[in-house]
Design a protein around this ligand. Structure first.
Ligand SMILES: [Mg+2]
Length: 274
């Protein structure tokens, strides 16, 4: 892909070639070309932030993520009983299941930050990789008869791309065992700071009440999800991936006792609600 800078760089060299031929003096040509090239700014290069380097290059990031999922696996029930009220594991998607650090790296290498347009274009590429450890965890949940609700603040209209990306990563997800719910405008509008505290609470309540708007469905999936569920575990990279809390008001002494049993938090140094 040519940027404006690279095109102008090539164009600027053309008059130099003509003057070189006229002079027929190689040493003069080289000297002139070097001087002129120096006057044209090359494409800017941008160094990556420490947060992107940490996620993409460090040994600590994959070790920590895999450790969190190892602990979450140890906290799972030996088998899920779906006879009465089925149990469900609720996870966020970005930096919880899918690793989007390539998007961050690409933006930073161009000297650009997040934009909703570029983010949505990235989702449509379906090229995110898996957060270390999540594949084994999700496979274990499903092996044991468990169900998974993926509550993401990706736009609801992009749910099909999220499905495609997850399936391309080889995860054993089906509409009956997994419900993906992107964010609707109603999820934000419902926040009343009393019963609906953050913009994922409405969707969590829908899972509990048996009325989730799962993005992919069929008869078997409807039978599976249209019944009340118990949320027994919540996993995310943001404190607001937990029900009923906000970044501003989260009371950590109340959350900490549940961390490691029903709540699990993953490292995401790149972005958040902080
Ligand atoms: Mg996230």
């Amino acid at each position: 892909m040519f940027t404006t800078a690279s095109i102008s760089f090539k164009t600027a060299l053309r008059p130099i070639a003509v003057s070189c031929l006229a002079l027929s003096a190689l040493s003069a040509c080289v000297t002139t070309q070097q001087a002129d090239t120096a006057a044209v700014a090359p494409e800017a290069s941008f160094s990556l932030s420490n947060s992107v380097k940490y996620q993409r290059q460090s040994k600590e990031y994959p070790l920590l993520s895999a450790y969190v999922y190892k602990q979450a696996t140890a906290a799972l029930p030996a088998s899920f009983d779906n006879q009465q009220t089925p149990s469900v594991i609720v996870l966020d998607v970005d930096e919880t299941v899918l690793d989007n650090s390539l998007y961050q790296e690409e933006r930073e290498s161009k000297g650009m930050g997040y934009s909703s347009e570029s983010w949505n274009a990235w989702i449509k590429r379906e090229e995110a990789t898996l957060v270390p450890g999540v594949d084994k965890f999700l496979a274990t949940v499903i092996e044991r008869g468990g169900k998974i609700a993926l509550i993401t603040n990706r736009d609801k209209t992009l749910d099909a791309h999220t499905w495609n990306n997850l399936l391309a990563m080889g995860l054993p997800l089906t509409p009956s065992n997994t419900c993906i719910m992107g964010r609707l405008p109603a999820d934000k509008e419902a926040v009343d700071h009393k019963y609906i505290v953050n913009d994922k609470d409405r969707r969590r309540n829908a899972v509990k009440q048996g009325s989730p708007a799962c993005s992919l469905t069929n008869e078997a999936a409807s039978d599976s999800w249209n019944k009340p569920h118990n949320i027994i575990m919540q996993i995310g990279d943001n404190i607001e991936d937990f029900q009923g809390v906000t970044q501003e008001d989260a009371y950590l002494p109340a959350i900490l006792p549940e961390v490691g049993t029903s709540l699990f938090i993953l490292p995401n140094p790149m972005y958040g609600s902080w």
